[in-house]
Design a protein around this ligand. Structure first.
Ligand SMILES: Cc1cc2nc3c(=O)[nH]c(=O)nc-3n(C[C@H](O)[C@H](O)[C@H](O)COP(=O)(O)O)c2cc1C
Length: 365
């Protein structure tokens, strides 16, 4: 699997998720087997580039390459500027988010505008490709299957993008109108893959090794991209790659391994966000890690009362040490064929999604 000049270690990618896939989380996913990671989106609005949020998102210190940055916006010239800005700050691949961004960022419903307005979409793609190829930087595109059921235009946008020089296309198998409702479908992704010669990545509802293999087989896609199922479960990448390579299911991680990964994640998180924001924004990650662990709900409620990073990290360590007295490994998430067990909950449900402060359905793809 190759994006422009970059050969990737494996075809199992972590999806960009605003407020989730920051540098500490991306690094951990890569360490635990993700073949590729795309950063959270950076707005194309120049006046916001100096904001703390954008500068944190454009910070790639110590991240193993290739560094891929997602940009979002509705104006071709601004998007080209955003590509150059991020390339100057170390981006080696530019990803265009074609379903985004929040109304508050662009004052427009760019998601609908872009999937509904193919001329504008193509203008943006061409401008970003032109700005990026001048620096030898490949451009990729992430989109949904279309705007709504009666207007599934992923194929025509993907073909036009390929002609414009895009190096890879990722498709989330839902329409914009669906939000996160219903099931992702993979027929549209298969149709796009069959028509394109550049790599195509399948995304949507992949939450187990079995499902990853099924989606690869059903779509013929070159890679799969995992979003929500990786929240609090960054080891899903090694589980999936192991299954794809060997056909066997990896044993669940040791409690001590989870303790080590989570504590390292927290320290990295506090360093990026600082004490005040770090402690608060770490709570959602901790809650995701704990949601399928015994006693996790109770512990999470108590955790929300702690406002100090040392106390938060110590409480997590104590909880996992205590758990380790009753089990060596965390409970299995998959059966022997790699299917998700009914009581395993590695994926957020719709109501969890709606509660996430960083996520509104117009905010992302
Ligand atoms: C909290 C959250 C934030 C997201 N932010 C982005 C984003 O910034 N850019 C983007 O292209 N997609 C974003 N997405 C969509 C994911 O990349 C992915 O397409 C979607 O979650 C479907 O994949 P999944 O079923 O594996 O989660 C976001 C999704 C979630 C849940």
């Amino acid at each position: 699997m190759q994006i422009g000049p970059y050969a990737l270690a494996n075809p199992v990618f972590v999806a960009p998720m605003a407020g989730v896939t920051d540098r500490p989380f991306r690094q951990l996913c890569k360490r635990l087997g993700a073949g590729y990671a795309v950063s959270e989106m950076v707005t194309s609005r120049r006046d916001l580039w100096d904001s703390l949020k954008t500068s944190r998102r454009a910070n790639h210190e110590g991240e193993p390459g290739p560094i891929a940055v997602q940009i979002a916006g509705t104006d071709a010239a601004m998007m080209a500027d955003a590509a150059r800005y991020n390339i100057d700050r170390g981006a080696q691949i530019i990803d265009i988010n074609m379903g985004c961004p929040a109304k508050k960022v662009c004052n427009k419903w760019a998601g609908s505008a872009l999937m509904q307005d193919e001329v504008l979409a193509l203008d943006i793609v061409e401008a970003v490709v032109q700005a990026s190829v001048a620096h030898g930087v490949p451009v990729t595109l992430k989109m949904r299957t279309g705007w709504c059921q009666s207007q599934k235009n992923a194929l025509s946008i993907a073909l036009a993008a390929q002609s414009a020089g895009v190096a890879m296309v990722t498709i989330h198998g839902r329409t914009r109108e669906q939000g996160y409702r219903g099931q992702a479908e993979y027929e549209t992704i298969a149709a796009v893959k069959a028509a394109l010669h550049i790599p195509v990545v399948a995304n949507g509802d992949i939450n187990s090794p079995y499902q990853a293999r099924q989606v690869l087989a059903a779509t013929g896609a070159d890679a799969v991209m995992i979003g929500r199922a990786a929240q609090g479960r960054p080891w899903i990448f090694r589980e999936i790659t192991h299954f794809l390579d060997t056909g066997s299911v990896l044993a669940p991680p040791l409690v001590q391994e989870v303790r080590r990964w989570l504590l390292a994640h927290l320290q990295d998180h506090y360093s990026l966000y600082g004490e005040y924001t770090g402690v608060r924004s770490a709570r959602k990650h901790i809650a995701w890690y704990l949601r399928s662990l015994p006693g996790g709900e109770d512990f999470r409620r108590r955790l929300n009362l702690l406002n100090d990073s040392a106390a938060q990290a110590q409480a997590v360590a104590d909880y996992l040490d205590h758990l380790n007295q009753s089990m060596d490994r965390i409970p299995a998430a998959y059966d022997a064929s790699g299917r998700l067990l009914p009581d395993a909950t590695p994926c957020a449900n719709e109501s969890d999604l709606m509660r996430q402060p960083t996520l509104s359905l117009h905010h992302e793809q």
